[in-house]
Design a protein around this ligand. Structure first.
Ligand code: SF4
Ligand code: SF4
Length: 233
């Protein structure tokens, strides 16, 4: 196999002697570098610096506990699914698996509820509690469909984006970890995330109504979302 001969590119003018002596191309390149030295930096030196994502950012999931902001039909869902009515601070998850059904990658979820082992005359006899809720976020595409399907507004996206781990198993989160992520997120940004209609995650829409600037940036042809969108045009 011989070496392929490559000819000179006739479309590019050869460097003049002045350009060669004074490194004019080098100086031009340096000019661009120096210009950028004084511009605002838009990259961050992660993990030493972190950014705060927009509130509608679809980051690592969290599972919300009962805190008095459940949807109005929460009690009827609990009854329908024969779940032990959760106390304040216990998970809202009723193991309905709607999130899993809505997910394009259902094997991400392992959700189990088991009947309580109580005597027949106990008020909770025949009722179930959530015993397992695992998510393998290594397989997740963060599309948000699971959060929209949840009837109890339990599963949410948070602003956490660092999912790095040394093993694939590290991307599998259990219900305690997911609950902690949601708790921390709500303590940190709950006011921003949930308005007075807090039980429903409106701000998780891809293009919330108030985010017109970003919506318009979308190909100058923003998709229509929500009833108020057109009013603000
Ligand atoms: S964000 Fe999308 S891919 Fe990830 S768990 Fe939810 S529905 Fe599935
Ligand atoms: S949809 Fe909501 S309540 Fe139902 S299993 Fe998923 S997280 Fe739990």
């Amino acid at each position: 196999m011989g070496i392929k001969k490559v000819g000179l590119n006739k479309n590019v003018a050869p460097q003049s002697i002045v350009e060669k002596i004074f490194f004019l191309d080098f100086a031009k390149g340096l000019k661009t570098t120096i210009k950028h030295l004084f511009k605002r930096v838009i990259t961050v030196d992660f993990p030493f610096e972190v950014i705060v994502p927009a509130i509608r950012f679809r980051g690592v999931h969290g599972l919300r506990n009962v805190d008095g902001t459940e949807p109005e039909d929460f009690a009827s869902w609990v009854k329908k699914l024969k779940i032990k009515p959760p106390e304040k601070g216990e998970t809202r998850c009723i193991a309905c698996k709607f999130c899993q059904a809505a997910c394009p990658v259902p094997e991400i979820f392992v959700i189990k509820a088991e009947k309580l082992d109580v005597p027949e005359d106990h008020p909770h006899h025949g009722l179930k509690v959530l015993t397992q809720f695992d998510m393998d976020l290594g397989k997740c595409m963060f599309c948000g469909l699971c959060t929209l399907a949840c009837p109890t507004a339990c599963i949410i996206h948070t602003d956490v984006y660092d999912l790095s781990s040394y093993t694939r198993r590290g991307a599998i989160l259990n219900k305690e970890q997911l609950a902690k992520i949601a708790d921390d997120f709500i303590a940190r940004r709950g006011k921003e995330k949930f308005d007075e209609h807090s039980h429903w995650p409106d701000t998780q829409k891809v293009w919330p109504e108030y985010d017109l600037a970003r919506a318009k940036a979308w190909d100058n042809n923003p998709p229509v979302f929500g009833p108020n969108y057109q009013d603000q045009e």
